[in-house]
Design a protein around this ligand. Sequence first.
Ligand SMILES: Nc1nc2c(ncn2[C@@H]2O[C@H](COP(=O)(O)OP(=O)(O)O)[C@@H](O)[C@H]2O)c(=O)[nH]1
Ligand SMILES: *[C@@H]1O[C@H](CO)[C@@H](O)[C@H](O)[C@H]1NC(C)=O
Ligand SMILES: *[C@@H]1O[C@H](CO)[C@@H](O)[C@H](O)[C@H]1NC(C)=O
Ligand SMILES: [Mg+2]
Length: 435
Amino acid sequence: MRMICLSVQFLAQYKGVRPLSLAGHVGFDSLPDQLVNKSICQGFCFNILCIGETGIGKSTLMDTLFNTNFENFESSHFEPQVKLRAQTYDLHESNVRLRLTVVNTVGFGDQMNKQESYQPVVDYIDRQFESFLQEELKIKRSLHNYHDSRVHACLYFISPSGHSLKSLDLVTMKKLDSKVNIIPVIAKADTISKSELHKFKIKIMSELVSNGVQIYQFPLDDETVAKVNTAMNGHLPFAVVGSTEEVSVGNKMVKARQYPWGVVQVENESHCDFVKLREMLICINMEDLREQTHTHHYELYRRCKLEEMGFQDTDPECKPVSLQQTYEAKRQEFLVELQKREDEMRQMFVQRVKLKESELKEDERELQSRFEQLKRLHADEKSALEEKKRLLDEDQSSFGKRRAAAQLLQAQSLTANGKKDKDRKNLNSNFFTDW
Ligand SMILES: Nc1nc2c(ncn2[C@@H]2O[C@H](COP(=O)(O)OP(=O)(O)O)[C@@H](O)[C@H]2O)c(=O)[nH]1
Ligand SMILES: *[C@@H]1O[C@H](CO)[C@@H](O)[C@H](O)[C@H]1NC(C)=O
Ligand SMILES: *[C@@H]1O[C@H](CO)[C@@H](O)[C@H](O)[C@H]1NC(C)=O
Ligand SMILES: [Mg+2]
């Protein structure tokens, strides 16, 4: 409805456009119905992120809000790090189909280091924005059947200490307030007395303001809900009680928590703000939460991301630049840079080669000198050996001579001995014969 009003105003402002009256019914007054029918046909999607420490009542509140039983995994207090668990459900009410995703922070606040608690949450939200951006930037987009996982509402569960916000709460909300619609709620509000609750609410709001944390404000631009939204903005943060237990009150069964001293009725506005939260979150402002997510938080993410990549709508002289021009400029810049790098690399290569060459030359020189040295050594050894050989030859020849002389001498002595033997034999025989 709002959109159509705006576009009619827009046309009227446009110069050269004349208002005309129609002579009869044409039928474009069915445009709103067409829009409604199309939306119903497409179905809706809504994603809620629940942030709060383990056991604060996140799962119970979700079950109570949607009047169903989501599959809940009870988590321990000993998770080494925060994990985000997203679960998607298809819900039907009359002929409206809602694809609801509930994201739970498992192990939030159980770490020693605060940064370890909020960083995974920030990363999760950014990842959902990033995948939407990637889909938008594709050449072949399919945004009509894209499952939009961007977080539309973040319920931040404040523990009912009655005291003040924890520093983890402030730090986390501060990190998230430009990325998501934060709706703070005081959990387990049945554990805090009425007068304390009032003071606690005021304290929380003043702490949020003094720390510059922007929480989601219910919108006032649509007259039909401006009044109720203004009133509800004054009730923030909602003090909620969750329960799936049914207790009979009067002659009806109502969702309640039963205590020895009485019954807390979840859906009784004089007991807690549960109904206010459900009205605001689901019945009145669900579409605004979706819209704010797209037009504010996603837009901011997209702008920062594209600027980071070097895209800009205007040049430094405020002249408009098209995507094409930016692309060309970037490409040129890149090519210049590439050329520079290439030149640098080439120079470095040449330098390296030179260095290596001189090293090699040095090595060669060294090798040469070692070779020369060895050669000299070898020659010395050779001449020493030759000297030895000469001496040996001399020895050998003198030995030969001496042997020849010795043999001659031997031969002479043999012939001389032969004569003596003969003489001796003769002598012997004479002796015997004489005897
Ligand atoms: N007193 C009180 N207890 C609650 C409330 N909501 C949940 N609880 C109890 O708190 C415990 C943890 O709740 P659960 O929803 O599992 O917490 P989660 O870890 O944050 O999902 C359960 O025993 C619930 O019955 C509440 O509003 N008030
Ligand atoms: C919208 O849907 C309703 C009910 O399904 C139907 O009666 C009506 O003619 C539709 N209107 C348009 C403009 O499609
Ligand atoms: C809501 O609670 C108040 C106070 O306990 C009680 O008087 C009133 O009857 C309750 N309303 C309903 C609808 O049960
Ligand atoms: Mg849980």
